[in-house]
Design a protein around this ligand. Structure first.
Ligand SMILES: CC(C)(COP(=O)(O)OP(=O)(O)OC[C@H]1O[C@@H](n2cnc3c(N)ncnc32)[C@H](O)[C@@H]1OP(=O)(O)O)[C@@H](O)C(=O)NCCC(=O)NCCS
Length: 207
């Protein structure tokens, strides 16, 4: 089991970060990673202009981040398997030629951003297009297409997504507060797994 987290030259990498050996990370010097982050095998992650993965983040197997723009994933955000996040785009309307094999000025790609806020969960095989902010606590159902901003604490699904339920904000925020009281010291520093007292029946381990 090889962990790439402490081998690649990231801009910043925190503690308890596990990046599986078969994940492909491009431009790691443009990527900042917080604490307790897991990136699965077969993830394809381009650092783009800048990528910020905060803490308690998971990127599931076969997901990709492409497009060369900005990605921010806030604390407790998770991407399930096979999700496609695009932070940039080609011109689809016929103003110029398209695709990365075509040189400038014949091709005019746009660089944009995707912002995935705290406690967001993205269902398997969802596609997120550039320029989108997914509001705090929103959940996106499997196989969805996100073309516009999504409201906080709302469950969306479909292609394109439509809101259809409210998510339980109080419960999730309450659990976050409890978790932070256990996993951060009084100065607000993250306590790595290796330094934690194992709860009864639980073994301390590194991944
Ligand atoms: C969106 C989701 C959270 C909704 O869960 P739920 O509230 O239990 O929804 P229900 O199963 O009661 O379905 C409600 C309606 O939404 C539809 N629906 C559910 N998920 C949908 C989806 N992903 N896309 C389109 N429609 C969906 C259902 O068909 C149903 O429609 P109907 O009322 O016409 O029969 C869930 O279906 C989902 O997609 N979860 C993501 C799971 C995933 O990707 N897991 C990967 C591992 S983390």
């Amino acid at each position: 089991m090889v962990n790439q987290a402490y081998q690649l030259p990231f801009r910043r990498v925190g503690q308890d970060v596990f990046i599986w050996a078969k994940a492909q990370i491009l431009s790691p010097e443009r990527i900042s990673i917080g604490d307790s982050v897991i990136i699965d095998d077969f993830v394809f992650l381009m650092g783009g202009e800048e990528t910020i993965l905060a803490s308690f983040i998971h990127i599931g197997a076969f997901s990709s981040v492409l497009g060369g723009g900005y990605l921010i994933m806030e604390d407790f955000a998770g991407i399930s398997s096979g999700v496609r996040v695009f932070t940039g785009n080609e011109d689809y309307l016929g103003e110029c030629l398209t695709n990365p094999a075509v040189p400038s000025p014949y091709r005019l790609p746009t660089r944009s951003s995707v912002h995935i806020k705290k406690h967001v969960i993205i269902g398997a095989n969802t596609v997120i297009l550039p320029g989108v902010t997914i509001g705090e606590g929103a959940a996106i159902g499997a196989n969805s297409l996100v073309t516009k901003d999504c409201d906080p604490w709302t469950i969306y699904a479909g292609s394109p997504v439509r809101p259809f339920k409210i998510r339980q904000r109080e419960k999730i925020i309450g659990l976050e507060i409890r978790l932070r009281s256990e996993l951060y010291d009084q100065q607000g520093n993250y306590i790595p797994k290796i330094q934690r007292k194992p709860a009864s029946g639980e073994r301390a381990h590194n991944i």
